[in-house]
Design a protein around this ligand. Structure first.
Ligand code: GDP
Ligand code: MG
Length: 184
């Protein structure tokens, strides 16, 4: 079975753990220890293919940037999560995204921009337009608004990443075959 290493990134309190636990265990956790960094495994069928997802729910507690570099190096797909109720969390993502690109040598990296807590519409600070614009600027990556609480678009963001990774693998495979033919 194919394995996929996904990493959930973003500032503290945006709902990284809530989204991960909602996806993996189908429940909403109101209070999750903000310092816990853990990885989860979940088997799902996507496009009639069984996949084993390994999801790292980060907590930003790593003592050395080298540790973050390491999980960015190992990760194949990244959820960049902010809260629609906090502009700071939206702006914080730029630095994380830069770090991913640097670690991955500026190759195309499967990513999804996620505006969580969309159920808190009356506390909204980040407009859909601004988030969409940024997603476009960042290489036209997909943007979703989610709610871990109300179970909106939770499966979709993880599935989107898996599909991006599949597409990338297919393209690389094609290039490899073409290259092999050329040198024969
Ligand atoms: P993390 O630090 O990014 O892992 O954030 P948590 O998952 O611990 O969530 C931080 C707080 O936001 C908790 O009080 C959650 O109950 C709350 N929260 C998470 N997701 C949502 C959501 O979709 N809607 C609402 N209203 N609250 C949420
Ligand atoms: Mg957490």
């Amino acid at each position: 079975m194919r394995e996929y290493k996904l990493v959930v990134l973003g500032s503290g309190g945006v709902g990284k753990s809530a989204l991960t636990v909602r996806f993996v265990q189908s429940i909403f956790v109101e209070k999750y220890d903000p310092t816990i960094e853990d990885s989860y495994r979940k088997q799902v069928e996507i496009d009639s293919q069984e996949c084993m997802l390994e999801i790292l729910d980060t907590a930003g507690t790593e003592q050395f940037t080298a540790m973050r570099d390491l999980y960015m190096k190992n990760g194949q797909g990244f959820l960049l999560v902010f809260s629609i109720t906090s502009t700071v969390t939206f702006d914080d993502l730029s630095q994380l995204k830069e770090q991913i690109l640097r670690v991955k040598d500026y190759e195309a990296v499967p990513m999804v921009l996620v505006g969580n807590k969309t159920d808190l519409e009356n506390e909204r600070m980040v407009s859909k337009e601004d988030a969409f614009d940024r997603a476009q600027k960042w290489g036209n990556i997909p943007f979703y608004e989610t709610s871990a609480r109300c179970k909106i678009n939770v499966d979709e963001v993880f599935y989107d990443l898996v599909r991006q990774i599949n597409r990338q693998t297919a393209t690389k495979e094609k290039q490899r075959k073409r290259f092999r033919c050329n040198i024969l």
